[in-house]
Design a binder for this molecule. Structure first.
Ligand code: IMP
Ligand code: MG
Length: 183
């Protein structure tokens, strides 16, 4: 069991999605992806750093052969709102051309990062490109393409845990927490 309340960088956070709910949903996503990609060997692309925990759990729920690779972007500084700029800090090492690519994100907020990633990968001519995100801020996202697999839709709130950080802290929490404005 995870703590109900945690303090990270002096701010109070309360549980939004308990560990068991995440586990159950990640298993479902892994099973769904295994079914959808039967007969293929997809490459899962983890987006560093936020997706590492979800990524590691998700691929272990995938029952078909797969490969992995990572890319790293920067857009957020240590703040709770995006700087609005996306920069590529680490490119892919794998050969994308002709392969089924599955990008694994922790959260889609404005959609700026995933738009950037999609453009980057499409330039490399994959056979297909799918996107899986654990969290999706449905009232904030501004994109004109669909996200193939969504773990949980959440409101317009700042969340941490299970890989997601607040000024680099909180990634090691087992549940997803939301900032608690009532102090
Ligand atoms: P977007 O480009 O606005 O969609 O933001 C995507 C990235 O911002 C995510 O991959 C996260 O790293 C970060 N991010 C967005 N919302 C949150 C949040 O609520 N908590 C922590 N990180 C977030
Ligand atoms: Mg991220």
């Amino acid at each position: 069991m995870s703590d109900e309340i945690v303090y990270i960088n002096g701010e109070k956070f309360k549980i939004l999605i308990p560990e068991q709910d995440i586990k159950r949903r990640v298993k479902e996503l892994g099973e769904q992806i295994s079914e959808d990609f039967k007969g293929s060997v997809p490459i899962f692309i983890g987006v560093l750093n936020g997706s590492v925990i979800f990524f590691a759990d998700l691929i272990r729920e995938v029952k078909i052969d797969c490969e992995i690779d990572f890319l790293k972007l920067s857009s957020y500084g240590d703040e709770k709102i995006s700087s609005g700029h996306v920069k590529l800090l680490k490119d892919l090492d794998c050969q994308v051309t002709g392969r089924d690519i599955i990008v694994v994100e922790d959260i889609i907020d404005s959609g700026l990062s995933i738009k950037f990633i999609k453009n980057l990968i499409m330039l490399k001519n994959p056979k297909s490109l799918s996107i899986v995100t654990l969290l999706y801020k449905k009232n904030r996202v501004q994109i004109d393409f669909k996200i193939d697999y969504i773990g949980f839709e959440i409101g317009d709130e700042f969340v941490i845990g299970y890989g997601l950080d607040y000024a680099q802290k909180g990634r090691n929490l087992k549940a997803i927490y939301v900032i608690d404005s009532q102090k």
